[in-house]
Design a protein around this ligand. Structure first.
Ligand code: NAI
Length: 325
């Protein structure tokens, strides 16, 4: 289902006391859009960091997070996903009104049960498929952008008109806001990050290793694989004419090679791996538990993984040809 401006009553959010927790990419864009949509009562809750003066400079009323949520009817939780559970537990949960409406811009924390929620609190999602500056710029230019919306928890049976009013106020119903869910949004997002792109990245890594072992030069391999920016062109066309149909822009030799090669590439093993990552790691909540824990304890392997990626032959080749300078 797709919701348009005509499905949304802007006056609902205009008349609420709204608090934004976070004034980063999404927070600054959405708070400004709401203000320009006629929402008068907006407070920004921000810790004492470099984002706080930005909110003050934008002429918002800025308080500490625990103060800002005290009287809120609607709370936007717009801080990074991996810290939401901790900030929620320590600064929001016991200070926010029990019957407030919580608004998330990604499904992660709610889908994986990381927030302890009062029974009478509603939860909705308005998740732009767009970076923060895009959410602001398009609103100002009156241009549409894609967005997912959902009602997740509705103890007061009034959450749908509220989230639609919010979606309209941030400019998300202009081009149509798509009904989704936290589970779907987070599931697809994490799947792309943990299954699809790792498989693509591994393909590029092994393609480089294969060609290098055959004695081809770093420059020639890397230029052909991606320094030419051909993959960017391919994805650009895939988004406009279709994933396979963009092949019509390639030579007949390329078309034949790609279509036959794809058909003969038995996806059984890959599919099994994808299923495992999706169900056992992501939808089970195992990954979210691990990642939130890693953040709380400050012991993620991210730095080590970065280091290992720098040691890959493909990265070493980039270094040799001066790409890292
Ligand atoms: P961001 O990284 O821009 O957030 C910065 C804000 O978080 C600042 O106000 C900062 O003070 C606060 N913050 C950071 N760490 C904190 C901590 N430990 N305690 C208290 N406050 C802290 O975040 P962004 O990118 O705006 O993401 C917010 C939400 O929007 C997330 O749920 C994200 O998944 C979602 N989202 C982000 C998109 C993007 O393009 N950046 C697109 C769509 C959704």
């Amino acid at each position: 289902k797709v919701y348009h401006d005509s499905d949304a009553d802007l006056s609902i959010i205009q008349n609420k006391r709204v608090t934004f927790v976070g004034f980063g990419n999404q927070g600054s864009a959405q708070a400004q859009n709401l203000r320009d949509s006629g929402v008068k009562n907006i407070i920004i809750g921000n810790r004492d960091d470099e984002y706080k003066p930005k909110a003050e400079a934008a002429k918002f009323n800025v308080k500490s997070i625990s103060e800002a949520v005290k009287d809120a009817e609607v709370i936007f939780l717009l801080i990074p996903d991996e810290v939401q559970h901790e900030v929620w537990k320590e600064q929001i949960k016991d200070n926010a009104p029990q019957d407030a409406v919580l608004v998330v811009a990604s499904g992660y924390a709610y889908a994986f049960d990381l927030l302890e929620l009062p029974a009478s609190m509603s939860v909705v999602m308005a998740a732009p498929r767009m970076i923060g500056p895009g959410v602001r710029d398009r609103f100002v230019a009156k241009e549409p952008y894609p967005c997912f919306v959902s009602v997740e928890k509705d103890p007061n049976s009034n959450a749908l008109p509220i989230v639609l009013s919010i979606a309209r106020a941030i400019g998300a119903t202009l081009g149509g806001a798509v009904e989704s869910s936290c589970r779907e949004e987070a599931g697809i997002d994490l799947f792309a990050e943990q299954a699809l792109w790792p498989a693509i990245n591994a393909c590029f890594r092994e393609a480089f290793n294969t060609l290098k072992a055959a004695g081809f030069s770093d420059e020639a391999i890397l230029h052909d694989m991606y320094l030419s920016k051909e993959p960017a062109e391919v994805f650009e066309r895939a988004a406009t004419v279709g994933f396979f149909r963009q092949l019509k822009f390639h030579s007949p030799t390329s078309q034949f090679g790609q279509l036959r090669g794809t058909k003969n590439n038995d996806g059984t093993a890959l599919r099994a791996k994808f299923e495992k990552v999706l169900h056992e790691d992501i939808l089970s909540g195992e990954f979210a538990k691990f990642w939130s824990g890693a953040f709380t304890s400050g012991s993620s392997d991210l730095e080590q993984l970065w280091k290992e990626s720098e040691d890959e032959p493909i990265s070493q080749a980039e270094k040799r040809i001066g790409l890292h300078d």
